[in-house]
Design a protein around this ligand. Structure first.
Ligand SMILES: [Zn+2]
Length: 513
């Protein structure tokens, strides 16, 4: 069996990842949970770097013959805006988003969550991210979360106050084992910052205690529970959903480095205090991303979403960043640095990635054409391409060493292209090259779009299709001399902010400036 080594934040060493179970057919089965985003706005490229790490873990595991049960959640109940201040005085993120300028388009907070969840899934597909086996939503698992709170109250790890239900940290001596944070003051700040507390609860028994349930009958999203109307603490959803879909002890838990403390520490406490068993045996964190050497922020204009980089300028894309770029170029740029090191995303790197991706597309096209032609001739590609793939896989199994894996993959692509330039590939060589490209795409997801329909249609394309269809209907109405209908369609087109230019050969259109 191949060895897949991955840094374990729990033991602070790179060690073999070991699935604890096998399928009925004897295939190792990896049970993997990765924290997903809070859907109060579009996910940014830093979020996607974390999801790309998860995706590469899944792909590497599959490449060595494992099966993966991969669960990644959607947090569609908000948490507080001022996560990092003591006794967070912030507002619920989803509620705040609803009140913002962008929020005006949504009927309510549920509608807002639905919109950003579907945007997340479209981006996910465009970036060739593997769809999780299960993508559970926090709002659909409130009953399970309430049951977990009850269990913790029954076994003495949690208590109720006027404001909510709290996990009593001193009751769980292992608290701090993942983050190394055992200092009381740090823990108190963390508990207040991440527990969605709007005000400090004077009835808390220990400043480190964190909320499992907040009583709030004025909250925009609230559920009935034995402890009154309110909503669950943010940390609770992940430990509950991970265990529901993957079992009491999971093989691997991942997320962004900002989640290590207190989110993951709290997940461990909640889960282990109920089961008495280890929650996750291996923990993996993706380091943060900077843009041109600076923290991403809306104020500095360097806050980037997938839409910013892949949409055309007319559709709100950032042309100062070279938009629209191929989503796969963005994928390549984001995985070009090791997940365990801070990553600096730059325009230069994105440009270089776009060039590289073009080489992959060129090789793929040349190979498909050569397969169709099926020319007689030699095949000298076997050994160099088997080598290149072997090196790429070995690098990925070595703590996801993406820089080396990408270098090996690129070496293979260059072998194919330089061979093809000398003399068009024979049918046999093309088959070998195709096998290589398919395996590289399976491992790294950078050769071609995996969705059967390619990248999801841009909003712009859908708009253009709609306008063209209206123009066709108008032409039809005119040729059957149905002037009233033609005028009505004209008004409809006008209302879309589109200007129609009629000329002898037909009609063209453009968006009004
Ligand atoms: Zn989580």
């Amino acid at each position: 069996m191949s060895i897949f080594r991955l840094y374990n934040a729990l033991t602070r060493t790179v060690e073999p990842l070991e699935p604890s179970e096998q399928t009925k057919g004897g295939t190792p089965l990896l049970r993997f949970y990765c924290c997903g985003p809070t859907v109060y706005s579009y996910a940014h490229i830093g979020n996607f770097r974390t999801f790309l790490t998860a995706d590469l873990i899944v792909r590497t595991a599959e490449a060595i013959g494992w099966q993966v049960n991969y669960v990644s959640n959607v947090t569609d109940v908000g948490h507080l805006t001022e996560d990092d201040t003591a006794d967070a005085s912030g507002e619920d993120r989803m509620a705040k988003a609803l009140k913002s300028k962008e929020g005006e388009q949504f009927a309510n907070v549920w509608d807002l969550a639905r919109h950003y969840t579907s945007a997340l899934m479209a981006d996910w597909q465009a970036l060739n991210l593997r769809e999780p086996t299960v993508r559970p939503r926090a709002t659909e698992h409130v009953r399970e979360q309430i049951r977990a709170v009850e269990a913790l109250m029954e076994n003495g790890h949690a208590y109720e106050t006027n404001d909510g239900v709290y996990f009593h940290v001193p009751s769980f001596p292992n608290y701090g084992k993942l983050s190394g944070n055992t200092d009381i003051e740090t823990l108190a700040v963390g508990a207040a910052a991440e527990s969605r507390e709007v005000v400090v609860d004077e009835d808390k028994r220990d400043p480190r205690d964190f909320a499992l349930w907040k009583k709030d009958d004025a909250h925009l999203m609230q559920w009935y529970s034995p402890f009154g109307w309110g909503f669950p603490g943010w940390h609770l959803e992940c430990s509950v959903m991970a265990q529901k879909y993957l079992g009491e002890t999971i093989d691997l838990h991942g997320g962004g480095e900002d989640l290590r403390f207190p989110h993951h520490e709290c997940e461990i406490a909640q889960a282990e205090a109920i089961t008495g068993k280890p929650f996750a045996r291996h923990w993996s964190h993706t380091r943060f991303l900077q843009v041109e050497g600076k923290k991403m922020s809306k104020r500095d204009g360097n806050f980037l979403t997938l839409h910013d980089l892949t949409a055309s300028a007319d559709d709100g894309g950032r042309d100062d960043w070279g938009a629209p770029v191929d989503p796969l170029a963005l994928r390549l740029a984001l995985i070009s640095g090791h997940y365990g090191k801070p990553f600096n995303f730059t325009q230069a790197a994105l440009k270089a990635a776009a060039k590289n991706i073009q080489r992959y597309h060129d090789a793929d096209e040349a190979v498909q054409a050569a397969i169709a032609t099926n020319r007689e001739g030699e095949n000298s590609l076997e050994a160099p391409l088997a080598d290149a793939y072997g090196d790429a896989l070995a690098a990925m199994c070595d703590d996801l060493n993406t820089p080396e894996a990408l270098a090996a993959a690129y070496r293979g692509v260059n072998v194919i292209l330089s061979q093809h330039r000398q003399e068009p590939l024979s049918g046999a060589a093309a088959q070998t090259a195709s096998y290589f490209l398919n395996r590289i795409n399976g491992l790294l997801g950078i050769v071609r779009h995996e969705s059967p329909d390619g990248p999801p249609p841009k909003e712009d394309d859908a708009f253009a299709e709609h306008v063209e269809s209206l123009l066709e209907q108008r032409t039809a109405a005119r040729s059957s001399k149905d002037w009233a209908r033609a005028d009505a369609i004209r008004d409809e087109i006008d209302a879309l902010g589109v200007e129609v230019m009629d000329n002898p050969t037909g009609s063209t259109w453009r968006r009004k400036l």
